[in-house]
Every structure is written in structure tokens, then in C-alpha cells.
Design a protein around this ligand. Structure first.
Ligand SMILES: C[S@@+](CC[C@H](N)C(=O)[O-])C[C@H]1O[C@@H](n2cnc3c(N)ncnc32)[C@H](O)[C@@H]1O
Ligand code: SF4
Length: 426
């Protein structure tokens, strides 16, 4: 295990197996029968994908469409509500225990469209027991949006911040001043359990100095949690990234130094590392979960609660039950076609085997709580067994009563360590 996560692009294991290893196995009939079996008391995570953004960030790796036409949001809400009704028609007992709006930019939607969507799913009661989270671009989120989030008792907002340096912001085509974010936070509803900032390291023009400035500003605003992502640069796949001047990208050594600066700064300023790439303020929801070793992981990142089933609505959304992973059609126009024809817009999937479930258990326990129960480790290939033996003797953790607990040094290699238990990579 010589290479760190910074050098190698490794799966993020938001679930197992990662989509790149799915076997393509899915039929609409099996998915429907699986949904029919779901009982309301089991809980359900609902994800809604809003693929629209008003302007393009050059670095963006998300599934999104750039448009200023707000009527596209209205059409999308119509389709999302129809898709949800298709699910309710096969099982009226589906009741979300959490709802996550992601994108693109959910607040691209006009307030009335977002309200229609919320009422269509939650009903007029605003279901206070449902954990509600939304991704926010502070540049396009209005006071009316914020009032709506308050009215529906949202629990978490996640802000795309990325970097506060004007030079870096120019290089990525995303101008968003410190004052804008500060004013935005001052207008946020009280009572939010979590305010998250997304930051990215490895962006064009970033240096130790610009990152220090970003971190100083972050420290003034003190969000509850921070996702500190490495910039994933894949210009051969993502056309928009070709607009980035590659000569401005920090070298591998610079990237490592910028990452280490962020990690050290956050640790010294009351943030605790959560899983990997994530930090949470002392006494926050995620911090307490990590302390009690109750952290969970799903497609939206680290979380305090996870239902046995995830239904993703909208283009590209991923759903998961104990038996299947499925993904929706990616192109918005084709997605509409499915919905118009009353068909679930599923295009790709994976039938989960017993072995997958066992391996997922080990990988998730490792990613979330830094623990490997050696009695639960599945049969490993020769290569993986060798790596596992190396891990146990390396200075990455300690073994007691069959439990291997990862230490700070090992945490940097979490994603790399997880690949040992990935049956598809080995
Ligand atoms: C859907 S966006 C967040 C909401 C909103 N669209 C915004 O940007 O403010 C999700 C997050 O993914 C991260 N992201 C997007 N492209 C990335 C890339 N190429 N590498 C690393 N992180 C990326 C950014 O931090 C971004 O905030
Ligand atoms: S980073 Fe966010 S706002 Fe920017 S293009 Fe991507 S999804 Fe849209």
C-alpha cells in the first residue's frame, strides 16, 4: 500500500459494488416486485435529482444541463411527481424517512415549483419527522427559497463553496465572494441541524497561500460540516473541463501539500475527520455519530441515518434495495419519454449477491467507522490476502479481539484499504 488516495483514482464506495462493477442485471418486473415487498415501517430514503444550473463551472463532474429557462424546472417537477406516483401506485405504503434534493442545482427551481414538489411528496403536513436535505448554490438561492426551506423544516443544507480565492474562481468560472456566502448564511433559517460547505482542492491556480485564505474564511463562517474533495480532472470524458488551463493545475506534490494543510487546519480548529474527505464540528450530528461508531454511508455521502431502501427520482438517479441497484436514464428528454409512457426509467442495474452483501458490510464498516471485524472478512484472492496481511502488520492500526481499528495514519489510505475487500477489483 505505497500509493495514497491522492495518487490513484479509487472507488468512493458510496455503495458496493461501485457502478463501474455492476453486472447490468435488471428487469422492471423484478424491481417492481422488490418495491411491492417494502413495508412502511422499514423507512425509505428518497433522492430527487434536479439537473439544471444557470451557468457552467468548468470543473463540474456532475450530471447537469446549463439553461436559464425556468419552464424546464416546471416540466421536471411534473415528471418527478409522476414518477413518484408510479411508485405509490405499486406500493401505497412508501413513506420517506429522509429526502435529499441534489443536482445540478435544486434551487434552480422556482419557489412555486419547489413548493409543488415538496407538497406532492410530503403532503401539506410538511412531515416534521422526515429528515430533509438540499444542495444549494448560494449564487442562485433567493430569500423566498430560504423561507420555503424554513416552512418545510429542512434539517440540512449543503453549499457549493469550492474556493474563496478570486483568481481560482476566475479559472473555474465560478465567481462567488466571501460576502455573498456570509450574507447568505445570515439569512438562513434558524434551527438547521447541519450547514455543510463543499470545498475542492487541486483546482487551477490553487496554492498553499490561496487555500490558507479559503480556510481562514471558512473558519470565520464555521459551517457544521465540510466535504473536502479532491478535484477529479477527466477532460477526455468531461468536455467542460477542457476549458481549464492545465498548466495552472497544482502538481501532485502541491496537491498533497494543499490537502495536508486543509486537514491539519481543520483538525486544529475544532473539526473532526469523519470517514474520509469529510469533517464535522465538535458536538455536531455527524461528529456524535462518528463518536458512537454509528456513521452510515450512501450515495449522498456520510449520514446519520440510512433506510434499507433508497429510491432515486429524476434523470441519472440511483436507487437501491437489498436485492438490486438500479440507475435511471441519464438524458432528461429520454427520461421524460419513459415517464410519459408510464414506464420506470431504468436503464442499468445490478443484482446484489450474498457475497456482495457480505463485502459491502466489511467495506462500509471500514469507511464509516474505521473498523475491520476480521471474523467477517470474506474469502480473499491470493493478492488480496497478501495485502490484508501487509495491512495487519503495517503501522495503520491495531488488532484487538478480532477487531482491527484504523489509526490516523491508516485513515489517509482508507479507500485504498477498502479495495482489498472488493471482489470485482481483485
Ligand atoms: C451538485 S454540486 C453542489 C450544488 C450546486 N450545484 C453547487 O455547485 O453549488 C455537488 C458538488 O460536487 C463537487 N464537484 C463537482 N465536480 C467536481 C469535480 N470534478 N471534482 C471534485 N468535486 C466536484 C463540488 O464540490 C460540488 O459542490
Ligand atoms: S458545480 Fe454545481 S453549479 Fe456548477 S455546474 Fe456543477 S452542478 Fe452546476
Amino acid at each position: 500500500m505505497t500509493k495514497t488516495q491522492i495518487q490513484r483514482p479509487l472507488p468512493r464506495y458510496t455503495s458496493y459494488p461501485p457502478i463501474t462493477s455492476w453486472n447490468g442485471d435488471i428487469s422492471e418486473a423484478s424491481w417492481i416486485s422488490n418495491i411491492k415487498e417494502h413495508r412502511s415501517e422499514e423507512g425509505l430514503d428518497l433522492y430527487l435529482h434536479i439537473p439544471f444550473c444557470e451557468s457552467l463551472c468548468f470543473y463540474c463532474g456532475c450530471n447537469r444541463t446549463i439553461t436559464k429557462k425556468k419552464s424546464r424546472g416546471t416540466d421536471l417537477v411534473d415528471a418527478l411527481l409522476k414518477e413518484w406516483k408510479m411508485y405509490l401506485d405499486i406500493n401505497p405504503n412508501l413513506k420517506p424517512s429522509s429526502i435529499h434534493f441534489g443536482g445540478g442545482t435544486p434551487t434552480f427551481l422556482e419557489v412555486e415549483d419547489l413548493r409543488r414538489l415538496l407538497i406532492g411528496i410530503l403532503g401539506e403536513t410538511q412531515n416534521s419527522h422526515v429528515f430533509k436535505a438540499i444542495e444549494i448554490d448560494p449564487r442562485v438561492t433567493t430569500l423566498e427559497h430560504l423561507k420555503l426551506l424554513k416552512e418545510f423544516n429542512f434539517n440540512k443544507i449543503s453549499l457549493g463553496v469550492q474556493d474563496f480565492s478570486l483568481e481560482v474562481q476566475k479559472n473555474i468560472n465560478r465567481i462567488q465572494s466571501f460576502e455573498l456566502v456570509k450574507d447568505f448564511l445570515e439569512n438562513c433559517p434558524e434551527g438547521l441541524e447541519e450547514i455543510n460547505f463543499d470545498l475542492i482542492y487541486g483546482l487551477p491556480g490553487q496554492t498553499i497561500e490561496t487555500m490558507q485564505m479559503t480556510l481562514d474564511y471558512v473558519d470565520i463562517l464555521k459551517p457544521t460540516s465540510i466535504a473536502f474533495y479532491q478535484y477529479a480532472h477527466m477532460p477526455s470524458r468531461l468536455k467542460n473541463q477542457r476549458a481549464i488551463d492545465e498548466s495552472l493545475l497544482p502538481s501532485l506534490e502541491e496537491r498533497e501539500a494543499i490537502h495536508d494543510l486543509g486537514r491539519d487546519f481543520l483538525s486544529k480548529n475544532n473539526y473532526k475527520e469523519i470517514g474520509f474527505d469529510h469533517y464535522a464540528l465538535e458536538d455536531s450530528l455527524l461528529w456524535n455519530c462518528e463518536k458512537k461508531r454509528e456513521l452510515k454511508r450512501n450515495f449522498m455521502g456520510f449520514t446519520h441515518q440510512k433506510a434499507p431502501i433508497l429510491i432515486g427520482l429524476g434523470p441519472t438517479s440511483i436507487s437501491k434495495s437489498q436485492k438490486f441497484h438500479v440507475q435511471n436514464e441519464k438524458k432528461t428528454e429520454n427520461y421524460y419519454q419513459f415517464i410519459e409512457n408510464g414506464k420506470f426509467p431504468l436503464i442499468f442495474g445490478h443484482k446484489i449477491s450474498e457475497e456482495d452483501t457480505q463485502r459491502e458490510g466489511v467495506i462500509m464498516e471500514l469507511m464509516c467507522n474505521g473498523i475491520i471485524d476480521t471474523t467477517k472478512v470474506p474469502e480473499l484472492s491470493k493478492k488480496a490476502q497478501k495485502e490484508f496481511n501487509e495491512l495487519l502488520s503495517a503501522d495503520y492500526g491495531s488488532l484487538k479481539d478480532n477487531l482491527f481499528t484504523i489509526n490516523q495514519k491508516g485513515r489517509i489510505h482508507l479507500r485504498s484499504i477498502a479495495t482489498i475487500f472488493d471482489g470485482y477489483l481483485n
